[in-house]
Design a protein around this ligand. Structure first.
Ligand code: PMP
Length: 284
């Protein structure tokens, strides 16, 4: 079935949607994006995603192409037109089309594209059984706090994981885990404390991360925001990741070493349930 996609003010059948070959998103990855999950036809954490889009645009010297209220209306319209019950809405804003030049063009209209993807985000097999991760060097650029579409390095990490029979890769820099290829990374210490890397230019400030840490705090679970090594992770009682479409995804094996007893742990399970239940209360 053909989806309806949004391109620069128009809702079109996906076959008819077009972006210029001169678009800088295509030529130079000069573009930022957001992914918002949808459950029961409603968006989780939309204000957080809209706020991060603003921060990403500001960081690359672009003015937002529309207001947050307009952005929300377009998202809602996309969910309605595509009759999306569960899955995600993808949004990308590029600097627009111009003659190829490393300098940003002046006076060019940004391009904005949205599409939906149906997906079982609540009942996913990886959430039930946990995922296996490998460690691999973090070869990405130095501004990972900006959510750009430069995703080849994380794609290569994901392919290395697949080749090793694992589900995902944790990226390592200077001996410490930065994050997963498309998620934030956490371990649980034997005393129940959650450890996750502190925010900086080295990682993306996950919208799910912020919510999960807030819910953990409310549930009296201790949190340490600091870097950790793969060695420390292997000795943890639990490990997990967070992202908009994974929510809380348990990790049961790192570089072939079982974490805890190798099963999904109680902290990850509880945080996943908490995240879904609490986020649905404010879903739009
Ligand atoms: N880190 C990276 C590198 C990511 O790509 C993502 C998902 N886009 C995240 C973390 C998680 O962010 P969020 O919870 O906002 O999806």
């Amino acid at each position: 079935m053909s989806r309806t996609v949004y391109v620069n003010g128009q809702y079109l059948p996906e076959e008819d949607a077009k972006i210029s070959v001169f678009d800088r998103g295509f030529l130079m990855a000069d573009a930022v994006y957001e992914v918002t999950s949808v459950i029961d036809g409603k968006m989780l954490d939309f204000p957080g995603h809209a706020a991060r889009l603003q921060r990403s645009l500001e960081a690359i010297g672009m003015t937002p192409p529309c207001t947050t209220a307009e952005l929300k209306a377009i998202h809602r319209e996309m969910i309605a037109r595509n009759e999306l019950v569960e899955g995600l809405v993808y949004l990308q804003v590029t600097r627009g089309a111009a003659d190829r030049d490393f300098a940003y063009p002046v006076g060019v209209e940004p391009s904005m594209v949205l599409f939906t993807q149906a997906k079982n985000v609540v009942d996913s097999p990886l959430a039930k059984h946990g995922m296996k991760v490998i460690s691999t060097p973090d070869i990405r650029w130095g501004r990972r706090d900006i959510k750009t579409v430069q995703l080849l390095a994380p794609s290569m990490g994901k392919m290395a994981a697949k080749a090793a029979g694992a589900d995902d890769a944790w990226l390592v820099e200077d001996g410490f885990v930065t994050e997963g290829t498309s998620n934030n990374a956490y371990i649980v210490k034997p005393d129940g404390t959650i450890v996750t890397r502190d925010l900086s230019n080295d990682i993306l400030s996950g919208i799910t991360r912020a919510a999960v840490l807030r819910f953990a705090g409310e549930a009296q679970i201790k949190v340490e925001e600091r870097p950790f090594t793969i060695e420390e992770a292997k000795m943890a009682t639990e490990a997990f990741v967070t992202s908009a479409t994974t929510f809380v995804g348990p990790v049961v094996e790192i570089d072939g070493v079982r974490i805890g007893d190798g099963n999904v742990g109680p902290t990850a399970r509880r945080l996943r349930e908490l995240y879904i239940a609490e986020s649905l209360k404010t879903a739009l």
